[in-house]
Design a protein around this ligand. Structure first.
Ligand SMILES: *Cc1c(COP(=O)(O)O)cnc(C)c1O
Length: 410
């Protein structure tokens, strides 16, 4: 295990102190004369602001004070009203980039987005503008290239940004892209006049937990001397895979990786609204839009957003510390392997990436009724070929045994 630049376990008391100190550095609508912001604390007729209730609750206190984190706080200037909690966001971004994704200190920008969808769109938006600005590319010459198992946010991005998406085929049983299928996708894109490529590599897909061999993309694109930018979609795997497979090519140690999406509201069990966008410095500026009423430039897709989300992610990471996080992932890995062994003993066909906590069972090996009874999720609701089990914190062996018992009886 590596050493950590920023990440360390803090006690409850330390966490509380840090958050309350940050809140003290934000404006206080109650105590100060703040007359010009179209915002306030949460409606106190609805949300309790009782001292005794809030004094030991740093997250709820942040919710109640309702800081706005509009803009990006890792570069330039920001709204001064909420600098305390914005500083916590800056710390979370730097921690994720350096201590989870192996970036050099102070080499990345980023922000807490509404989710993985927004973070992926943000990346594609930046690269579309990058190619248009730096290479005079027409939007018809730019395309997204990603595997057929990629999240549908790529299709949303393509639709919104007016560029095409070219899908790379995966092998059915192993869910892998290959150099051959990447070459095929690139040649059909070239036939359609595409010259600039926005590559999205998966660090665990939503349905299979599969991880792309990113060299399939980079080797082929470099050999063909095609300009590309590479974004990693770690919305699902970003808080998992770097711990189950420490040496991987999907973080900033790979010089070709320009940006990464993480979602704290999946494996990190944070509240919704905690997607994380991270990019190497010098890129997020391509998404600059001026908002004259906000201090500083805004480089983000979203506008107003809650500072409580950044505080939640920070509190979660600091409560567990890096070794606590390894332990959490270690347990989920063990459970997943245990379940795979039991399925194999029963002759049930499934896919699992060794570094992932998703087991995707072939629909031919399990009845619709059992899949339904245990809340397994199909790849397609109209014609399911696969059903997935996701081994989360609450998916314990006791619960998995009930599923195995049902499978025995059928
Ligand atoms: C969930 C997910 C997304 C989208 O994230 P949201 O937070 O739901 O917007 C994108 N990519 C992958 C791989 C995902 O699993």
């Amino acid at each position: 295990m590596s050493t950590y630049t920023y990440w360390k376990k803090l006690s409850h008391h330390e966490i509380q102190q840090r958050v309350f100190t940050a809140l003290d550095q934000n404006v206080n609508y109650k105590q100060q004369n703040i007359l010009g912001i179209p915002a306030s604390y949460l409606d106190d007729k609805v949300f309790s602001q009782d001292e005794s209730f809030l004094k030991n609750a740093p997250f709820i206190s942040t919710m109640v004070q309702n800081p706005n984190h509009i803009g990006c706080h890792t570069l330039g200037s920001s709204e001064p009203f909420f600098s305390g909690t914005q500083h916590i966001e800056e710390e979370v971004i730097e921690l994720c980039a350096v201590d989870i994704l192996k970036a050099k200190p102070k080499s990345c920008d980023g922000y807490i987005a509404s989710g993985g969808t927004e973070a992926n769109i943000q990346a594609i938006w930046i690269y579309r503008n990058y190619f248009e600005t730096e290479s005079n590319a027409k939007s018809t010459e730019i395309c997204i290239i990603c595997s057929e198992d990629s999240h549908y946010s790529m299709d949303k991005a393509a639709n919104l940004l007016g560029i095409d998406v070219q899908k790379v085929a995966v092998t059915s049983n192993t869910r892998e892209i290959t150099k051959v299928t990447v070459k095929e996708a690139i040649s059909s894109a070239k036939e359609k006049g595409k010259k600039y490529f926005i590559v999205i590599a998966n660090m665990m897909t939503t349905m299979y937990g599969s991880v792309d061999d990113v060299s399939c993309y980079t080797d082929v694109l470099l050999a063909e001397q095609l300009p590309f930018k590479l974004h990693v979609d770690g919305a699902y795997g970003g808080f998992y895979y770097p711990f189950s497979m420490e040496d991987n090519a999907l973080d900033f140690s790979n010089e070709h990786v320009s940006s990464v999406t993480l979602d704290a509201h999946k494996m990190a069990q944070a509240p919704y609204g905690t997607g994380i966008f991270l990019a190497r410095k010098g890129l997020i500026e391509y998404a600059n839009t001026q908002a004259s009423y906000v201090e500083g430039d805004d480089f983000t897709l979203i506008g107003s957003r809650s500072g409580a989300n950044a505080v939640a992610v920070w509190m979660i990471l600091m409560t567990s510390g890096p070794f606590g996080w390894f332990e959490k992932i270690y347990i989920l890995q063990k459970r997943t392997t245990w379940m795979c062994e039991k399925l194999t003993e029963r002759g049930i066909e499934f896919y699992r990436n060794d570094g992932a906590n998703i087991i995707t069972i072939k629909a031919s090996s399990i009845s619709d009724k059992i899949a339904h009874q245990f809340g397994l999720v199909p790849d397609s609701h109209s014609n399911p070929k696969w059903f997935k089990i996701v081994i989360m914190e609450h998916v314990t062996l006791e619960k998995l045994i009930l599923l195995l018992d049902e499978l025995n009886d059928n």
